[in-house]
Ligand binder design. Structure first.
Ligand code: 4AD
Ligand code: MG
Length: 464
């Protein structure tokens, strides 16, 4: 008999009813009496459990004893229409096998209703809960939607390196990569660390962004995207920051800032719609458990036109709002998530794309505006999240870019290859980065970014 996944059965029960099936999974609950027992079986393919009915005239109490919450079993039997409420169909067990027991006294997920904090401590087992099953399936669907979107548009998927010798965002918070013995560092004559003896012959680190290499791809293939892990060694302990997070970074030749904004809006709406269409049960479950308004909010974003305004206009609205913010707001200030969320949730009540930020608070590669003060940056701001996308039109002019690199004291020995894109066949181009976990946060309605990645890395936390 062929093993069938529970999601396949629920997708088309009529196809399987009346047939013998073999199902395999983990026991969620067992209840019943001397005549009949019911097991709720989950195999991870769906939020929905399959009910297995054990006619106790065919099974002994001794056999059943091992079927406890968390145990893994294989069951064969016929799939029948269910008489009971709450399920369309159920399996009448003919025969079963226990793969692995789970001692009720020590299995950490024995009870229902654990807090998310408790489950963070049990990150190795939490995928077996309803909540994390749902989140991880939505996460997987979103990753697929991202590749589908770009593939349909003719973008190429470019793999950019994780180990790099350059610091894209200039924030200086990188994880160093070295094979030098830390307890006995080789030194040069003047007492500095001798990196010529390091693995790559120079200092290297984990990348904070694939953008700079992405630009090399875009100025050759036209339209590319990267989708991979990025690393930031900032000591930020917030519900929106991870030390290791995944980022999607499209980069497009011949796009100006307006083309860039249009793509960002279309892209993010596509991903949300895909999840609404393909993850109905999981999203409905998460809505029921955590956030009644979730589906409405997702639909609302898909159906609204994002507001577009400049940073200068945004700051004016914030200053004139009379609202008391924890962090002061003035022209030149880096906006905090409370400011971003005020614009989105209180003022416009829609997603906002803020453009033309002061050049001092943005990265060196952004296209400089005529005013000499601002750059052609764009941040997409979302309800509940704040910044979900950051991007810009890039400075395509060699002299302007070179000057900015010098002003910021970025070592030219690290940047010569990047400047070559402006030296040879330079083109107007743009791109942006979507924080994947922030998208998953938004779509699942979870409130802590640690709960939307299987194994979160945050300061002082790298278990598993
Ligand atoms: O705004 P950021 O720093 O932009 C870049 O890295 C550009 N190189 C992107 C580009 O233009 N190609 O990061 C982009 C997005 C943010 O908007 C946010 O969603 C997410 O990445 N992000 C983080 N997500 C989780 N944890 C962190 N520590 C994050 N830092 C940024
Ligand atoms: Mg940013």
């Amino acid at each position: 008999m062929q093993h069938v996944k529970i999601a396949r059965i629920f997708a088309d029960p009529q196809k399987h009813i009346g047939k013998n099936v073999e199902v395999k999974g983990w026991v969620r609950t067992r209840r019943g009496n001397k005549q009949v027992q019911f097991v709720a079986l989950n195999d991870g393919s769906s939020i929905n459990n399959l009910q297995i009915v054990f006619d106790m005239s065919k099974f002994t109490d001794d056999e059943m004893k091992q079927i406890t919450t968390g145990a893994s079993i294989r069951v064969t039997g016929s799939l029948v229409e269910s008489m009971g409420k709450g399920q369309v169909c159920e399996v009448q067990a003919a025969e079963f096998e226990v793969y692995g027991t789970a001692d009720p006294l020590t299995y950490p997920l024995q009870k229902k209703g654990h807090t998310l904090e408790f489950l963070r401590e049990k990150a190795h087992l939490r995928p077996r809960t309803n909540t994390f099953g749902a989140v991880l399936r939505v996460r997987s669907a979103l990753a697929f939607a991202i590749h589908k979107f770009f593939n349909e548009k003719g973008f190429f998927y470019l793999h950019t390196p994780l180990i790099t010798a350059s610091d894209c965002e200039g924030a200086g918070a990188m994880f160093q990569v070295t094979t030098l013995p830390l307890n006995n560092l080789p030194k040069t004559e003047d007492g500095q660390v001798d990196y010529s003896q390091d693995f790559f012959g120079k200092p290297t680190a984990l990348t904070v962004s694939g953008q700079l290499e992405g630009e090399l791809g875009a100025t050759a293939l036209g339209e590319i995207y990267t989708f991979g892990p990025t690393f930031r060694a900032e000591n930020s302990n917030t519900p929106r920051h991870l030390s290791e997070f995944w980022m999607i970074e499209p980069e497009m030749a011949f796009y100006d800032i307006n083309d860039n904004m249009a793509l960002a809006e279309e892209f993010i709406k596509y991903c949300i719609s895909y999840a609404l269409d393909h993850c109905k049960d999981d999203i409905a479950f998460l809505a029921k458990m955590y956030d009644e308004d979730l589906e409405n909010r997702l639909r609302f974003v898909v159906n609204s036109d994002f507001v577009r305004l400049t940073y200068t206009e945004g700051v004016k609205i914030l200053e004139e709002s009379g609202h008391k913010f924890e962090f002061p707001v003035y022209w030149g200030a880096d906006l905090q998530s409370e400011h971003e969320r005020f614009l989105v949730e209180e003022h416009f009540k829609k997603p906002v794309i803020l453009t033309d930020y002061p050049k001092e608070i943005k990265a060196f590669y952004m296209k400089q505006n005529e005013d000499g003060k601002t750059v052609r940056a764009m941040d997409v701001l979302f309800p509940k999240i704040g910044e979900i996308i950051g991007g810009s039109e890039r400075e395509a002019d060699f002299d302007k870019l070179n000057k900015r690199i010098e002003e910021l004291n970025i070592p030219m020995k690290d940047m010569w290859w990047y400047l070559d894109t402006r030296r040879f066949g330079s083109v107007p181009h743009s791109g942006f980065g979507l924080g994947f976990e922030r998208l998953v946060l938004f779509v699942t309605g979870m409130t802590n970014i640690r709960d939307v990645i299987p194994f979160p890395r945050t300061p002082k936390n790298a278990e598993f």
